[in-house]
Write a new protein. Structure first.
Length: 236
């Protein structure tokens, strides 16, 4: 290791851990759900915008501003894929995987693509960020003699989702009895459903799973089993 690399590692500047994109949540594609980057990105960009419209009026220069909400957080970055050194190198499968994550998962109700998270070492800013792949643009740069691409730059944008990810077993898509929640003061089934599953309306599924007849009388200290979001959606 060079002196510069050693210093960088000591300061926590260098990030030798490979970055990767991972499908998260309960709406998972049937194929590949994780894609490791061949090279870490050199930069990424996070952006958010306010939704403001202006009504023209002669009484005020620039009109009057009407704030209608805040737009989603977006993460934009460029990934570099290189399979040049391999005898049968081909970056097409990785690009196809990324493209497939922009399409709805087969059988999802309502139809929706998988949510994707960008993982890179211990980056706290990205640890809870997840969302939909809004755009994927691949620029193939080097080819084998038969035209097979072996290098590509991919620009992608992930549009963040403000809903928390449900806590469930993403493989089985069935009730995961290992997930529990203990009722504390102030909890309601609706608040638990929102915190654990992302939708207050899923309280009925929690009540059914735990045999609760009166959702307004759940004693403090009760330990609830939490269904997956998929099971909750089917039961709602």
């Amino acid at each position: 290791m060079s002196a510069a690399s050693a210093l960088g590692s000591a300061l926590g500047i260098l990030k030798p851990t490979k970055a990767k994109l991972v499908c998260v949540g309960s709406n998972l594609p049937s194929g590949q759900t994780e894609l490791e980057c061949m090279f870490n990105p050199t930069e990424y960009r996070i952006a958010q915008s306010a939704q403001v419209s202006r009504n023209a009026t002669a009484a005020k220069e620039g009109g009057t501003a009407d704030f209608s909400g805040t737009g989603p957080v977006t993460l934009t970055l460029q990934l570099f894929f290189d399979d040049f050194a391999s005898m049968s190198g081909n970056v097409t499968p990785k690009i196809n995987t990324l493209m497939s994550w922009t399409r709805p998962v087969s059988g999802s109700t309502p139809p929706a693509p998988p949510q994707v998270a960008f993982r890179w070492g211990g980056n706290q800013m990205l640890s809870d960020f997840h969302g939909f792949l809004r755009s994927v643009s691949a620029n193939y740069t080097i080819f084998r003699t038969d035209g097979t691409p072996v290098q590509a730059r991919v620009d992608l944008t992930i549009e963040g989702d403000t809903q928390p990810l449900p806590g469930q077993n993403p493989t089985s898509r069935s009730i995961d009895s290992r997930r529990t929640h203990m009722i504390v003061a102030g909890d309601t089934l609706q608040s638990v459903a929102y915190r654990e599953l992302g939708k207050p309306a899923y309280w009925r599924a929690i009540a059914d799973l735990n045999g609760i007849d009166d959702p307004l009388r759940v004693p403090t200290g009760t330990v609830l089993l939490i269904p997956t979001a998929a099971d909750a959606a089917r039961g709602s």
